[in-house]
Ligand binder design. Sequence first.
Ligand SMILES: NC(=O)c1ccc[n+]([C@@H]2O[C@H](COP(=O)([O-])OP(=O)(O)OC[C@H]3O[C@@H](n4cnc5c(N)ncnc54)[C@H](OP(=O)(O)O)[C@@H]3O)[C@@H](O)[C@H]2O)c1
Length: 341
Amino acid sequence: MSQKALLLTAKQGEWALGTRAIPKPGPGRILIKIEAASLNPIDWKVKAYGMLIEDYPAVLGYGLAGTVAELGKGVTNFAIGDRVATSGIVGNSEYCSFQQYALGDARFTAKLPSNISFDEASSLGVSLDTPALGLFGPLNAKLTSPIDKPGAYKGQTMVILGGSATIAQFAIQLCRLAGYTNIITTASPAHDALLKSLGATHVIDRRLPTTEIIASIRSIEKGDIKVLYDAICDESTQAVGWGILAPGGHVAVSNYNIKNPGGETDTRTVECSYGSPHIPPHHEFGEKLWGAVHDWLANGTIVVRVDVVPGGLDGIVAGLDRLKAGKASGIKLVVRPQDTA
Ligand SMILES: NC(=O)c1ccc[n+]([C@@H]2O[C@H](COP(=O)([O-])OP(=O)(O)OC[C@H]3O[C@@H](n4cnc5c(N)ncnc54)[C@H](OP(=O)(O)O)[C@@H]3O)[C@@H](O)[C@H]2O)c1
């Protein structure tokens, strides 16, 4: 049996609609008929910079939602027809979402409550994994997870730079669950109401001069800022981050190769998390995270906003161009692979 797939034909090559065999789920895996797939910056970056993937043609796409079509051996917590969401695996086309069927690892797959559409759920994937692992996973800021202890940070302040980015919207919601009293973020003023509805307590205009952003943050939190999250990592967010982080503090970032400008004597640390539950050090945390998703969605603890790009898999290239041009503001773009002509 074959399916339609959008293929990246070669390293830094062209996109092409093609066909691929529908994979068979092995032990612990499920086959998912993909109803919605999210578009993420990594998808255009892999093509533009030739990074992360060596085997081509390759399928990309790291957030998906759909129905369970087949169960692998030993899978007991899902049934055929269940509505689910999961994240893809970079470099393993069978698990990626720019096609009509993909495998899911049952450990990192969530059943969906009826209040959530496939379009919305497809935006979880890498966008949820990345801030959750960066803030609460085992290899980065290592904060106490709200899954283990909701409300642990009552009375404390978290700064999340770039609040309207999808990963930051999830970071804000996770930090609300973690109990932070102040959740300060930077964003375009148009996103003020949205970000406050997610849990931000203060939204500072991201285009103010760095000194003014720093002064605003300082006027809210006069004590040491020991940890912060930078979802953007451009010059402007880094200038703010390093400008407010206390000695010995830590910044969890979303992009690699971010350095402490203070040099070797500076006691502050920076780390980028690989936003995937699929690597062994992330397995335990990833399983807990995806185990929490159903109830978080059902009770409105996490919400998402999406914009559906028409054309099924054919819509992906235009959608990625829009992302690359910075024209997806505060919203996750998604496609519906089954709508492919
Ligand atoms: N390490 C990993 O595994 C991993 C995983 C996922 C993502 N990432 C990276 O994380 C970053 C964010 O990803 P995403 O999917 O969340 O992106 P996204 O949703 O596409 O981000 C777009 C948003 O970023 C905002 N923004 C851009 N520059 C900003 C700035 N200087 N200050 C504040 N906000 C700014 C834009 O705000 P406006 O509305 O104001 O234009 C827009 O709403 C990307 O660089 C991505 O590659 C890394």
